[in-house]
Design a protein around this ligand. Structure first.
Ligand code: BJW
Length: 258
């Protein structure tokens, strides 16, 4: 099926779109993905870096890894795929973006309705009290062998404000994500391997609701089988092409209808 015929059939639905996003969308911005040949989990063990156990066991190592990622992030900018989602939102076609990414690039791309279900790497929070601070600056990112401590309750450690394996997602964010999926008649599944739960269950919920699932990925994933169509290729080129056409037809249709 061509983008042309797919966008025609979507417009007949009266699009209410949710984007479910993973690390692949930020690849063209210079951010590494987790899985795959050059993914982070090919170089490091997730259990040594992205679990509460790892942090309790070796907070310095974990902070070192987050600082290294922050140094890359400080140079990163949103790419045309992030911008395509902002354009869909501005056209009134997007309910929101549910992102597993912690990089904050959707916000920089000026998308407004975002749920960051795996947290935000740009913030550090106290393990014990409610203290939270931004740390996305060069000075912090270039420190060595310093484990930041909470200035409010003194001796307790600050940790990245992200969700590690074995930790529950923030329930308010999760409920919002589920609510958006329940309102959607089209879900764009963009640059995610679809293996991390509970997020990986959202496309199944959308499917149960008879939403149209469109996948944007460079390769097959476990979600390909339940998707109505998969656009295989870099999302930074295919997603803008798709969204520009959808918006153009939507605005054209509006004008023609009155
Ligand atoms: C492109 C592209 C281009 C590349 N264009 N595409 C056994 C069975 C089921 C579940 C479990 C289980 N054992 C444990 C669990 C639970 C666990 C889990 O799901 N594990 C599975 C891996 C097996 N989940 C959890 O632990 C979650 N919590 C939980 O379940 O809590 C329950 C609980 C309840 C009550 C009390 C206590 C607990 C938490 C999961 C947290 C995930 N955290 C991370 C790290 C975040 C912080 C950080 O960044 O530092 O989140 S792991 C990592 O994976 C990160 C991502 O958000 C997440 C998803 O990855 P994503 O985004 O899909 O990236 P990749 O790399 O996997 O895929 C990239 C894709 O892009 C690929 O498909 C490429 O092809 C594609 N691509 N370039 C388009 N240009």
């Amino acid at each position: 099926m061509s983008i042309d015929s797919i966008t025609d059939s979507l417009l007949e639905l009266g699009p209410k779109i949710v984007a479910l996003v993973g690390a692949g969308i930020s690849k063209a911005s210079g951010m590494p993905t987790f899985r795959g040949e050059d993914g982070l989990w090919n170089q490091y063990h997730a259990q040594d870096l992205a679990t509460p156990y790892a942090f309790n066991n070796n907070p310095n190592l974990v902070w070192e890894w987050y600082r290294a990622r922050m140094r890359i992030l400080l140079e990163a900018q949103p790419n045309p795929a992030h911008e395509a989602l902002t354009k869909l939102e501005e056209a009134g076609l997007l309910i929101g973006v549910i992102t597993q990414n912690v990089d904050g690039l959707h916000e920089i791309a000026k998308t407004k309705k975002i749920v960051e279900v795996h947290g935000r790497i740009r913030y550090a929070r106290c393990q014990v009290c409610d203290y939270i601070q931004r740390w996305d600056n060069k000075e912090f990112a270039e420190q060595k062998d310093i484990i930041p401590k909470c200035p409010k309750c003194k001796n307790n450690l600050l940790r990245p404000d992200v969700v590690w394996f074995g930790e529950p997602l923030d329930q308010i964010k999760w409920q919002e994500a589920v609510q958006w999926i329940n309102q959607a008649n089209i879900v764009l599944i963009i640059g995610t391997s679809g293996v991390v739960h509970p997020v990986a269950s959202l496309p199944w919920l959308a499917k149960k609701n008879d939403a149209v699932l469109l996948e944007f990925n460079i390769e097959e994933t476990p979600l390909t089988a339940i998707s109505d169509h998969s656009f295989f290729g870099p999302c930074e080129t295919i997603l803008p092409e798709f969204s520009d056409l959808l918006i153009k037809k939507y605005i054209g249709g509006y004008k023609n209808n009155g």
